[in-house]
Design a protein around this ligand. Structure first.
Ligand code: CMC
Length: 446
């Protein structure tokens, strides 16, 4: 958001012209002039509707496939400056949060707008921790999936199914109810994720351990075997917590947009979160971390990197984990992740694919194709290497994105619900199909 513009502006020496926060538009079809208000460097799309050739015209629309230049909402949650590589949650820099905060504290900040006091944090952690168990019936239908079912598919279904266990979640304008569903969603996501993973291994489910931290308990549910008490490695627990902080929100991305769009129909938050999770599953979004690892495995060795980059430049494939709609600079999360990776590799051993990743980055950052298009490593470029070193199978990578992003999705959903300017999302189209034509019976076709 920009500060208010000055009222006047010096145009040339000695001349002063009044400056107004409006846009003057002349429709050359009719010669009519219009003055459209500007606020925050933005015009309201519906102000274009007054621009018509005839009184019964629909009025002018703006055409913006993939929302390249359309602000969907006013938001106070996350700030990104893509050119400078800045990311902030509620005004706090991602670097400072990653260094000083925890995931649950950051989730509280994202959801409530302020960092919690000590007692608020204790209460928040208590409630999230005491909503980690899932109904035994959820386990039964998780059991119905094939052993090789993708865990994201299992997650999407399981999250949607939670809406049937908590029908009161439909009471979306009740603050208490929203808070209860928030505890449930944030508390149960790691449990659903871990149970999906254990199902794929054919291992018995490990129940939540409420003595452990959010990340520590997740590791417990994933990796506990016969020991009486699972004790997470503190470095890995901390690394996972930092990764959760980095993934907690990212303003109006594809899945946040899905959450807002589906939520705008006033469906319950479990159904909307299932939709957001489905959006995240795609390889251009949260599924990219999985694709990066597959790509590095396909490249296979340092000597194959130049040939691979050549194929990318020829448009035959993409350098996964590179490029971003908003960042035209190094993704600040990728920088922090590189540091986290060092800590994990110290304990688990250096991931042999790291050298291939570093070589791809080195070549890409010097190559004209990438430089011209401002393609830099994004959050997904290095996360896969860390996850793999921590023992996660590739299919779990997008799940590790979905768990922390839940706090961002709920914050976006809640902001949308409480915004008096928002309504059910319903874009327009430019119809390019046939004019009215008579129905042809089957014998007359073709
Ligand atoms: N490798 C090679 N070329 C690329 C890449 C890439 N990873 N990303 C973009 N380009 C090229 C693209 O072909 C286009 O070239 P040209 O102008 O010659 O047609 C140009 O760069 C602009 O790209 P775009 O597709 O118009 O950009 P976009 O804003 O629509 O797409 C993106 C953004 C993230 C989908 C895209 O960069 C991409 O597909 N990256 C790989 C997938 C990926 O890593 N996704 C994770 C994103 S970060 C985490 C998240 O949001 O979930």
């Amino acid at each position: 958001m920009n500060p208010t513009k000055p009222e006047t502006q010096v145009e040339a020496e000695g001349t002063t012209r009044m400056s107004r926060d409006t846009l003057s538009v002349t429709d050359n079809r009719t010669g009519k002039a219009y003055e459209i208000p500007i606020q925050h460097d933005t015009i309201h799309a519906t102000d274009l509707r007054q621009i018509k050739v005839n009184a019964d015209d629909f009025g002018m629309m703006s055409y913006d496939p993939a929302f390249n230049n359309t602000a969907l909402c006013q938001s106070k949650i996350t700030y990104i400056d893509g050119d400078k590589g800045i990311l902030r949650y509620r005004g706090y820099s991602i670097e400072e949060l990653a260094e000083k905060s925890t995931y649950l504290e950051t989730a509280y900040l994202i959801l409530n707008g302020e960092l919690p006091t000590k007692s608020q944090l204790e209460e928040w952690i208590y409630h999230v921790t005491h909503h980690t168990f899932i109904h035994e019936s959820v386990k039964k239908f998780l059991d119905g999936f094939h052993y090789d079912a993708h865990p994201m598919g299992m997650m999407i279904s399981a999250i949607a199914a939670l809406s049937t266990f908590y029908p009161e979640a439909k009471d979306i304008f009740n603050k208490e109810s929203r808070l209860r569903q928030t505890y449930r969603l944030i508390g149960k996501m790691p449990t659903l994720a871990a149970f999906s993973y254990r199902h794929s291994l054919g291992m018995p489910f490990a129940y939540p351990d409420n003595d452990l931290s959010y990340a520590g308990n997740f590791l417990n549910m994933l990796f506990k075997t016969s020991e009486l008490k699972y004790r997470p490695n503190p470095t890995l627990e901390h690394a996972l917590d930092v990764l959760f902080i980095l993934h907690a929100d990212h303003e109006q991305n594809c899945s946040a947009n899905a959450m807002r769009c589906v939520g705008s129909s006033h469906v319950d938050p479990f159904s909307a979160t299932a939709a957001a999770t489905a959006a995240l599953y795609g390889p251009l979004h949260g599924g990219a971390n999985e694709e990066v690892l597959r790509m590095l495995l396909e490249i296979g060795s340092l000597s194959n990197v130049p040939a691979f980059i050549k194929r990318v430049k020829a448009g035959e494939t993409k350098l996964m984990g590179f490029g971003h709609r908003i960042y035209k600079n190094y993704d600040p999360r990728a920088r922090i992740i590189k540091r986290v990776a060092d800590g994990v590799f110290e304990i688990m051993g250096r991931n042999p694919l790291l050298n291939i990743a570093l070589e791809c980055e080195r070549i890409a950052l010097e190559d004209d194709y990438f430089v011209k298009r401002k393609l830099y490593p994004n959050v997904d470029f290095y996360t896969g290497l860390i996850y793999q070193s921590m023992g996660f199978p590739v299919t779990m990578f997008p799940v590790l994105f979905a768990i922390p992003r839940t706090s961002g999705w709920i914050a976006q959903w809640q902001e949308m619900l409480l915004d008096p300017e928002q309504k059910i999302a319903r874009p327009r189209q430019i119809y390019m199909g046939s004019e009215l034509r008579p129905y042809a019976s089957i014998g007359q076709r073709g």
